[in-house]
Design a protein around this ligand. Structure first.
Ligand code: MG
Ligand code: MG
Length: 259
């Protein structure tokens, strides 16, 4: 059985989750044609530090930046670079923080200007598949129930699920048990109990699910070079309904900041 977090630990994870959520929104405000991913990384690095946290990805296994910035056919783990974003691109922004000894970790894929209809659908379906996964993350369920929910939703639209990478538990470590695959069978996998904190993060391909790792040892590309999208939120498993710690509401404007 996966060990639940104490309510005190959950509060610290919540503080991280809010910093990460706001950082993604700060980055999102600046995503536009003509901007480099390195400039966006600088915005995030500064914002995280201004909030008293540390960008946890920087230096993690040698990762060189605060953000993973994954453009178009890059699924995850792209390096920020001098690549200039152009109209019609999509960019997955994955952000991690370390604050008061605990971690934050969430991701959002932004369209750059106007994207074509198929790409818009990929973004919408991937994000909704995350929410389908969250609905399945209730006490008594298993990780396979989450994977099944994500996979069945995504595949009903003809998109495919990357299987080499998965979500994870979150706490003092950025990646803790259990692994949370985005595919699976109902009733299989680790059992979830009240208070378990996990990151659910579907990585979804417009084409086939095959991927390869670039020569730099990090960037994960789709084998067919079609677009991929990636959204990630941190949730607490609860009885009846998971509790979201991170949120896209700062990006999407549904929430007014209260402090
Ligand atoms: Mg992440
Ligand atoms: Mg993660």
């Amino acid at each position: 059985m996966v060990k639940p977090k104490t309510e005190e630990e959950i509060e610290l994870l919540r503080e991280n989750a809010i910093i990460v959520s706001k950082t993604l929104a700060e980055v999102g405000k600046r995503v536009a044609p003509g901007v480099t991913t390195l400039e966006l990384n600088r915005v995030a690095d500064e914002f995280i530090r201004d909030n008293g946290a540390i960008p946890s990805f920087l230096g993690y296994d040698g990762f060189p930046a605060a953000l993973c910035m994954s453009v178009n056919d890059v699924v995850v783990h792209g390096f920020p670079s001098d690549y200039v974003l152009k109209e019609g691109d999509i960019v997955s922004v994955d952000c991690g923080t370390l604050y008061k000894g605990y971690n934050g970790d969430s991701a959002y894929t932004f369209p750059v200007g106007e994207v074509d209809a198929e790409t818009r659908k990929l973004l919408d379906v991937t994000k909704q598949s995350l929410y389908e996964g969250i609905k399945a993350a209730v006490a008594g369920a298993r990780t396979g129930d989450i994977g099944y929910a994500v996979q069945s939703y995504v595949e009903s639209f003809g998109f495919s699920v990357v299987r080499e990478l998965e979500g994870h538990g979150l706490g003092k470590e950025m990646h803790e048990a259990p692994g949370v695959p985005n595919y699976g069978r109902r009733g299989h996998g680790a059992r979830l109990v009240d208070g378990v904190v996990i990151c659910i993060e579907p990585m979804i391909c417009a084409g086939g699910r095959g991927v390869y790792i670039a020569n730099n040892g990090w960037a994960v590309h789709t084998a067919d070079h079609k677009n991929a999208a990636h959204y990630e939120l941190t949730v607490v498993v609860r009885k009846g309904c998971a509790e979201q710690l991170s949120t896209f509401e700062f990006i999407e404007g549904k929430q007014v900041e209260s402090n």
